[in-house]
Design a protein around this ligand. Structure first.
Ligand code: GLC
Length: 736
């Protein structure tokens, strides 16, 4: 197998584009080799003290005790001083994948909140992710930040993970392609994007010490492949290592993850920054860590004088320091931070940016059930809207990724408690009320609202209306996992009562991940709107009234029960006390999670292996029109097929091509996808170039595709597959 490689951050690898993934607008090409050479030369000019300037930094937020905001810092996630003598700019860092984080309103400014990562991934459109990344990157630049801590791409191994909302999907191809597009978008603003959290950061319970066990091959074929594709095609200037342990080592000190996989096997030339409070000691430098972030949150500043002293006596550390500086400088020069410095006070077109958020939300909404009640008629006479703070806004996930506009949240709901992070632990709602948007869409309708706290009162209103729309929210946050997949606060009972009162009951879910739906067969329609972001209200109304024909598809499996999961009980859930900081109580940091149970068969792959039927499968989504897929042809790594709009209105479909068996064994893997828009009656031929890593196993240090017959099928989703087309493949082996 001839391996064409591209020096994209040094990541060599087959650059075959998976089927139909239209390359989003290209960010400026990065001349990496030139940046590396310049970085090496400048790093050599550094004096003793200068050598540990770029290797550590603070979290410039006054609520971290003892923090003084340095000159040139912007209140946000991170600040790394520059070296003016050498023309090296400071790094001003902000979170995250959904926009410029709000940090409690500290800067008295606001930003545009994209919908959640899941909502973005449900578009299955790299172009949508590119434009979202370009928008939030432009706001970061305008606010004076030159590093956006975006690119959250951890696969959903457990649907209860509190940060599922922030991430993208359960599949490495979908996740890798989409995160790459988002990173290209962010970096098109001449700033650095991260990709995070490297790697296998699959739960928030005990996040700083949960120790993941997984065979190298399984990791390479799943979580690591998502990062590899994301790095290859996104070229992020920095990789953020994760809090958790892998094979007993902290990820931020893991020689296997950072040196062997990322820097040697993939040839990555950028720098590894730690997560905040994720550095175990100075030895992490030898493990491959290049920069200690948010150093106040660690037990000590390891990468300053301690590192300098080590370098003075140990050549391994001295060599590392040079490489650390060279890597940070490579990212700075590749992004052009020195040539095109950022400074606060830039202009932001919030109206235009809101349109990007709204379009993303519209394209990510997934229609899960429709007995014909949708789309609603704009001539509807009476509509009862119930619950979900729909009169105020749409729910947002909490933690470092939280974004709000300058007016702040439309509503908040504190969880109380006395932990240091209690102030952060509150539900909040973006200022975009679905109720107002529904009223605007159906001006002649009598629209009532009840918040749903009193079921009988809400039922009364539902009885009086033609249609009842129940908004159900499932808030999630960084630092905590969900105890199960039920809707909280008695919402399941509310929905069941409303459905019993009105046969035209529609449920709009605003969830941070998969949820159970015990009332599913009692309601007429279900729409998954996720965390719909700054313009969630109008986006939801647009789908409800048919101005938008929903084209979203699930990027994650909705299980029918927790018993279907590789780990029905979340590891640590029965003894780790939920706490946002993630720190262990003394002597209680031995938490283990065995990912070898499923290995690389994450999500739909696991369901296929176990022959399980999901509540709603990966790739599922309905439309107000209908589509057919036909004429699948596969020859080697190239495939093509045709999608036809067989209905009466324009709509989007997502072509999904799956490997379904290989050399005589069942094996399901997504090998290509493409979202297309078709007028009624129109058809389009789409082509696929399959990335061979998706057909291979990782064995003995390389990829192995066994000889034999490979079966491929088109899918409406991971469970609804068409005829199998068989292709003979010869054995192929190659290195990364
Ligand atoms: C957080 C998150 C990380 C974020 C960082 C800075 O704990 O894990 O995603 O970028 O700290 O806020």
């Amino acid at each position: 197998m001839k391996v064409r490689s591209r020096l994209a951050w040094g990541v060599a690898g087959l650059m075959a584009l998976p089927f139909g993934t239209a390359q989003a607008e290209q960010a400026p090409a990065i001349d990496l080799a030139k940046s590396v050479a310049r970085a090496d030369a400048v790093a050599k000019q550094m004096s003793g003290d200068e050598k540990t300037v770029l290797t550590h930094g603070i979290m410039p937020l006054p609520f971290v005790p003892g923090t003084v905001l340095p000159e040139g810092s912007v209140p946000g996630a991170g600040f790394i001083p520059g070296i003016p003598r050498l023309g090296i700019p400071a790094l001003t860092e902000t979170d995250a994948s959904l926009g410029v984080s709000w940090v409690g309103g500290l800067r008295k400014d606001g930003a545009t909140a994209l919908p959640s990562g899941l909502a973005q991934a449900a578009t299955w459109s790299p172009d949508v992710l590119y434009h979202g990344g370009a928008m939030i990157g432009s706001e970061a630049r305008a606010k004076g930040f030159n590093v956006l801590l975006a690119g959250g791409v951890n696969l959903m191994r457990d649907p209860r993970n509190g940060r599922t909302f922030e991430y993208l999907a359960e599949d490495p191809l979908l996740s890798g392609e989409l995160v790459a597009a988002a990173i290209r978008g962010v970096q098109s603003n001449g700033i650095i994007s991260t990709i995070k959290h490297f790697a296998l950061n699959g739960q928030e319970t005990g996040r700083k010490y949960v120790d993941v066990k997984i065979a190298e091959g399984a990791a390479r074929e799943s979580d690591l492949l998502a990062f590899q594709i994301g790095i290859e095609k996104g070229q992020p200037g920095s990789v953020m290592c994760a809090y958790n342990r892998v094979h007993g080592e902290q990820a931020c000190a893991s020689d296997w993850l950072l040196n062997k996989v990322l820097k040697q096997s993939w040839g990555y030339k950028g720098f590894v920054m730690s997560d905040w409070g994720a550095v175990p000691g100075v030895e992490a430098a030898l493990g491959g860590l290049d920069q200690q972030s948010g150093e106040q949150l660690d037990k000590a500043v390891f990468f300053g004088d301690v590192l300098k002293a080590k370098a003075a006596s140990d050549p391994a550390y001295a060599a590392r320091i040079h490489d650390m500086n060279r890597r940070v400088l490579t990212a700075i020069y590749a992004a052009g931070l020195d040539r095109n410095p950022t400074k606060p006070g830039g202009k932001i077109d919030f109206a235009a940016n809101a349109q990007v958020a709204e379009e993303t939300a519209k394209q990510g909404i997934v229609l899960l059930k429709n007995n014909g009640v949708l789309p609603l008629a704009k001539t509807a006479k009476s509509i009862a809207v119930i619950g979900g703070y729909a009169d105020s806004g749409v729910v947002a996930g909490s933690g470092s990724s939280l974004v709000h506009d300058e007016k702040g949240p439309a509503a908040t709901r504190s969880l109380g408690g006395d932990s240091p992070f209690s102030a952060l632990m509150q539900q909040s709602y973006h200022r975009s009320a679905p109720l107002a948007a529904i009223k605007a869409a159906a001006p002649a309708a009598a629209v009532t609202f009840r918040d749903g706290r009193y079921i009988a009162d809400a039922v009364e209103k539902a009885k009086q209306a033609e249609v009842a729309i129940v908004f159900a929210t499932e808030w999630r946050t960084e630092g905590l996992d969900q105890p199960d997949l039920s809707l909280p606060d008695g919402q399941d009972a509310l929905i069941a009562a409303i459905a019993a009162a009105n046969p035209n009951t529609i449920v709009v879910l605003e969830t941070g991940g998969p949820v159970a739906m015990p009332w599913l067969d009692k309601v007429a329609g279900v729409v998954e709107a996720w965390y719909a972001g700054a313009r969630g209200g109008p986006a939801i109304a647009s789908v409800l009234f048919g101005d938008t024909n929903p084209g979203g598809r699930l990027p994650v499996t909705f299980p029918a029960s927790l018993g279907q999961l590789p780990r029905p009980k979340l590891d640590g859930a029965d003894w780790v006390e939920p706490n946002f900081s993630g720190d262990a109580e003394p002597g209680k940091d031995q938490l283990h999670s065995d990912y070898d149970i499923e290995g690389s068969d994450v999500g739909y792959r696991w369901f296929a292996r176990k022959g399980q039927k999901a509540l709603f499968p990966f790739g599922y989504g309905l439309s107000y029109t209908s589509f057919s897929a036909s004429e699948l042809k596969v020859s080697g790594l190239n495939a093509s097929f045709t999608i036809t709009n067989t209905g009466k209105i324009k709509g989007d479909d997502v072509g999904q091509l799956y490997l379904v068996n290989r050399a005589g064994e069942a094996k399901q893997r997504l090998v290509g996808f493409k979202r297309i828009t078709l007028e009624p009656g129109a058809k389009q031929k789409v082509t696929v170039t399959i990335d061979p890593r998706l057909l291979a196993d990782w064995k003995d240090g390389g990829w192995v595709m066994p000889a034999g017959e490979y079966g491929f099928a088109l899918g409406k989703n991971a469970e609804d597959l068409g005829a199998v087309v068989k292709v003979k493949m010869s054995r192929k082996i190659w290195k990364d």
